[in-house]
Design a protein around this ligand. Structure first.
Ligand code: GLN
Length: 449
């Protein structure tokens, strides 16, 4: 069924960089056989899942939508891929993204342009735009994305699906091509909240190959579906009034309506403040670019990936290979990050940003002393048109205002569809809970559904 839908919808949406129908059908047949034989099968047996193309797979290329990795075949599977395979899920293909996950619209892909399934003139969001569009376009039942500053939640909101960024350390980053290592986290896109819980049951948990992966002892993985239908009694929701006012009227209205729904379910709305939140964009774009400049140094034209055809000397192998194959946004970020880390500027930028990051973390900690969760928009607007922000990177960065603080603080966040604007474009409601409380987060989101 999903491949029939891919045939119909994909020529327009272009969510996938590659699909693997033959292998997928074979796997489906194998699972059928297992079931016929009465063998035990995993919790996602036969469920078609799509995967962002910055997550390594041994059976398909992993390009990060970059010309520098256009032909790269990873020799191993990421931890999450092993987990999906162990659960008997069927991985049907790899999805488009902004090059190296840098962007908010998937327009920075070096390979193709993905279209929002709701409106072909508009972006699907980013950077996991392909993963969101695959689920929204009914071409997969779930998908995996990565979220460094909103790249799961924002495209989920633009495409009208559920997107969850787990707590930093909850899902292993082993096999995820690093962008901002202290911020990156893998998470699911699904059609509803319960499916997100099912996917979390499979991908969450300790993995010794990621040194930031949290152990079972420190944070046991619950069964995220067990109590999913139990509403939270006496739920206290924190809101920062000026955040809702900062969004477009229509987004503000949809978010307000969802808060009213929670009220009618017995929740109490508590006004809080998060004073350092305002510095999140500035802080993030120093820290993320600094980490990116270091992480991307490995693409050197020698180890793997694109190599320039006719270099003069070894310096040219490096500089020309990178110049030819990295896109503009990636280059911009490498330059910004290198600058912020260079001697003489480190204290003024990177160190300062790290200090503000701590204050932003405290904003969350203090808020969670008063409330069970925090709610706000995912994005100031609904999906924007192609080209609307490409000439002005600052405009694109500022659109991340509501999502990036959660990555700086490490807390989990979810985007749930909460209505439509007057142009019939989906709006997302964002919910945060304290670190390692995804079970509560999912239950709160489920109440709304
Ligand atoms: N839009 C943000 C950026 O461009 C977030 C990207 C992400 O989460 N990968 O960095």
């Amino acid at each position: 069924a999903v491949f029939a839908q891919i045939e119909k919808a994909e020529p327009k949406i272009k969510a996938f960089l590659r699909t693997h129908k033959e292998e997928a059908m074979q796997k489906a047949a194998d699972i059928d056989e297992k079931i016929a034989n009465g063998d035990k099968v995993g919790s996602l047996a036969g469920v078609p899942i799509a995967v962002k193309d910055n997550i390594c797979t041994s059976f398909s290329k992993t390009t990060c939508a970059s010309k520098i990795l256009e032909d790269f075949e990873a020799p191993y599977d990421a931890h999450v891929i092993e987990q999906l395979n162990a659960a008997d899920a069927i991985i049907i293909g790899k999805c488009n993204l902004d090059e190296f996950a840098m962007g908010s619209s998937t327009e920075n892909s070096g390979l193709q342009q993905t279209v929002n399934p709701w409106d072909a003139d508009r972006v699907p969001g980013g950077s996991s735009g392909g993963s969101a569009a695959a689920v929204a376009g009914r071409m997969a039942f779930g998908s995996l994305g990565s979220d460094t500053g909103g790249s799961i939640r924002q495209p989920a909101s633009f495409c009208g699906v559920v997107g969850l960024k787990p707590t930093y350390g909850r899902v292993s980053r082993y096999g995820l091509v690093a962008y901002g290592s202290s911020l990156d986290q893998i998470g699911p896109f699904t059609r509803n909240v319960e499916d997100a819980a099912l996917m979390m049951n499979v991908i969450a948990g300790h993995d010794g190959r990621d040194s930031t992966s949290v152990t079972e002892k420190d944070a046991p993985v619950p069964d995220y579906t067990a109590d999913i239908d139990k509403p939270i009694e006496g739920l206290k929701i924190g809101i920062v009034p000026r955040f809702n006012e900062g969004a477009s009227d229509e987004v503000g209205k949809a978010v307000k309506a969802s808060l009213d729904t929670y009220k009618s379910l017995g929740a109490e709305i508590v006004e809080i403040d998060m004073p350092y939140f305002d510095y999140a964009v500035a802080t993030y774009y120093v820290i993320a670019t600094a980490e990116a400049s270091s992480n991307l140094a490995r693409f050197d034209g020698v180890h793997y990936g694109h190599r320039t055809a006719d270099p003069h000397d070894y310096v040219e192998v490096y500089s020309k290979s990178r110049d030819e194959a990295f896109g503009d946004e990636v280059k911009r970020r490498i330059m910004l990050g290198t600058y912020a880390l260079s001697s003489g500027y480190y204290d003024a930028y990177y160190l300062k940003a790290s200090k503000v990051r701590n204050l932003i973390r405290q904003d969350y900690t203090k808020a969670f002393e008063k409330v069970d969760c925090i709610m706000m928009p995912v994005s100031p607007t609904t999906a924007f048109k192609f080209g609307e922000k490409t000439d002005d990177p600052m405009q694109m960065y500022l659109a991340d205002i509501y999502t990036i603080a959660a990555n700086l603080a490490g807390v989990p966040g979810i985007s749930v569809p909460c209505g439509f604007d007057s142009q019939n474009l989906p709006v997302g409601l964002q919910i945060f809970t304290p670190a390692f409380s995804e079970e509560r987060l999912l239950r709160i989101a489920r109440m709304y559904e």
